[in-house]
Design a binder for this molecule. Structure first.
Ligand code: SF4
Ligand code: SF4
Length: 498
């Protein structure tokens, strides 16, 4: 057993209001500079939709992530190292500027400096690439709230598994349904970006699993941009290097939540440590798609298990860190309650950002073809939901509807349980049955309710202590050299992934 620590995240999608405050917080802190204008390390998409960059989920086009072939080790979809090197000067599997958008600002001076006249002055848009006037035709959230849905939402790759009738229902005006999907780098356990980099510039920090690009080593080959199936590395045209979300590690090291977590208006973001067994990582990727979520969960270890604790200590994970992991809200959502699921596990990067699938759009049902939120049953059956379970399963469980269905039923049971307690207009027997069907007792329902609805910042974000002083003491004289390839705390970059 090779026990490692990973800083992990949960986003509770029922709570996201699509305000983009997280994106702006990240932009102001990290990407408000030359060459990074078009980058949104944190972005928020409307689903169904094609997202940012356009159709990033379409790996037929972008060749991101890993493929499982004949029960062997997964291989990068971009091909073997030799074929990747052959394409090094011409890599066609890259998003172009049109797939992101042409960054723009406005000529604000005209509002103040225009001569007096009969018309109000306007600030015309200017390209931040050419400096010339332009017509804005795209943006990072161009399809917000189903804006332009025939162009965007209808081309969502996750709709492929739905029947024509289901698709049609989804876009009937009376039944339109959408939710928000905030995205950052998943700080994966088997990151495609790390494996694809010909310069060895990308590494996973030994002490907490944060994935970083060493700017001194990066040569701008952009293989990471193709290999990341989530399109969460970006090329800076000004520096000639690639960049990505750093999970605000300078904030984490000083005990502060990342900027997007700190600023989140809906308080949807949870962060905490997880322990996992690196020895079982490759085997967990060899299973077929329907079993990927279970295999992913099995990698995560119980921090209270004495054997796990002993092996964690052998790897330099100390008592105070283990105490923090015991309080990890991510462990509760992912492992204990099985409510949070990985985004597109079939990409096989083992993403360590998990999502609680949204119940809100499935709460209302259709009756005689009309959307009805105030039906007699109060909590309408999930199977008659406006948003087909298959759609959510395509996003969060590689098509296995059981995982999504369980997470929704459990949230539904918690709501009924609280409704009985606070309003009292639900049948007690029905509530008991709903809890029993999910194998949940009242204490667990109450705990889920509290961590979902009333958590303090300290409960949402539990950052394990970084112990930099110990990590530095463990290193030899070549500390700075080591830092750019393995982080502090390990003498060699840990071998990770397939
Ligand atoms: S999401 Fe995963 S593969 Fe993509 S940049 Fe982050 S760590 Fe790398
Ligand atoms: S700040 Fe929070 S609620 Fe607002 S869009 Fe971002 S994740 Fe959603």
């Amino acid at each position: 057993m090779d026990v490692r620590l990973q800083i992990s995240m949960v986003f509770h999608l029922d709570k996201c209001i699509g305000c983009h405050t997280c994106s702006i917080a990240c932009k102001n802190v990290w990407t408000d500079r030359k060459g990074a204008e078009y980058m949104w390390w944190n972005n928020v998409e409307t689903k169904p939709g094609t997202g940012y960059p356009t159709a990033w989920e379409d790996q037929g086009k972008y060749k991101g992530g890993w493929e499982q072939k004949n029960g062997g080790k997964p291989e990068l979809k971009m091909g073997k190292r030799s074929s990747r090197l052959l394409n090094i000067f011409h890599n066609p599997a890259l998003p172009r500027m049109d797939d992101y958008y042409e960054p723009f600002t406005y000529k604000y001076e005209d509002l103040f400096d225009s001569p007096e006249g009969a018309d109000q002055p306007t600030a015309r848009p200017i390209s931040m690439v050419t400096g010339k006037f332009m017509d804005i035709e795209a943006g990072p959230n161009w399809d917000d709230d189903l804006g332009g849905s025939p162009v965007y939402a209808k081309n969502d790759p996750n709709l492929e598994g739905l029947t024509p009738e289901q698709r049609q229902e989804l876009f009937d005006v009376e039944r339109l349904v959408f939710f928000y999907l905030p995205r950052i780098c998943n700080h994966c356990l088997n990151p495609g970006c790390v494996a694809a980099c010909p310069s060895g510039a990308i590494y996973k920090r030994g002490e907490d699993g944060v994935v970083l690009i060493n700017q001194e080593v990066c040569r701008g080959w952009r293989m990471c941009v193709s290999a990341c199936p989530y399109k969460k590395t970006y090329y800076n045209w000004s520096t000639g290097k690639s960049e990505k979300c750093i999970l605000c590690f300078p904030r984490l090291e000083t005990g502060q939540a990342p900027a997007c977590f700190h600023s989140c208006v809906g308080r949807i973001r949870y962060l905490g440590g997880l322990l996992y067994d690196a020895d079982r990582l490759v085997d967990s990727l060899k299973v077929d798609d329907t079993n990927l979520v279970d295999a992913h969960r099995d990698l995560i270890l119980d921090p209270r298990d004495p054997v796990v604790r002993a092996n964690a200590k052998k790897n330099g994970i100390d008592e105070r860190t283990l105490e923090a992991i015991e309080r990890s809200p991510v462990y509760r959502y992912v492992k204990e309650w099985k409510l949070a699921l990985p985004l597109h596990p079939e990409f096989r990067t083992l993403p360590m950002l998990f999502y609680v699938p949204p119940l809100l759009p499935v709460m209302a049902k259709t009756e005689d073809g009309v959307y009805d939120a105030a039906n007699e049953e109060l909590f309408s059956p999930i199977d008659k939901a406006r948003l087909p379970i298959q759609y959510l399963a395509s996003l969060f469980s590689a098509g296995n509807t059981d995982h999504v269905s369980y997470a929704l039923r459990k949230q539904y049971a918690v709501r009924m349980f609280k409704r009985l307690e606070t309003v009292g207009d639900v049948d007690t027997a029905v509530v008991r049955q709903a809890l029993a069907e999910c194998g949940m007792d009242e204490a667990e329902a109450e705990a889920i309710y509290r961590l979902t609805s009333l958590p303090t910042m300290d409960e949402r974000v539990v950052i394990p202590p970084s112990h930099r002083e110990e990590a530095m003491a463990m290193l030899d004289d070549n500390m700075w050299e080591q830092k750019g390839s393995a982080g502090f705390g390990f003498r060699e970059a840990p071998a990770r992934g397939a």
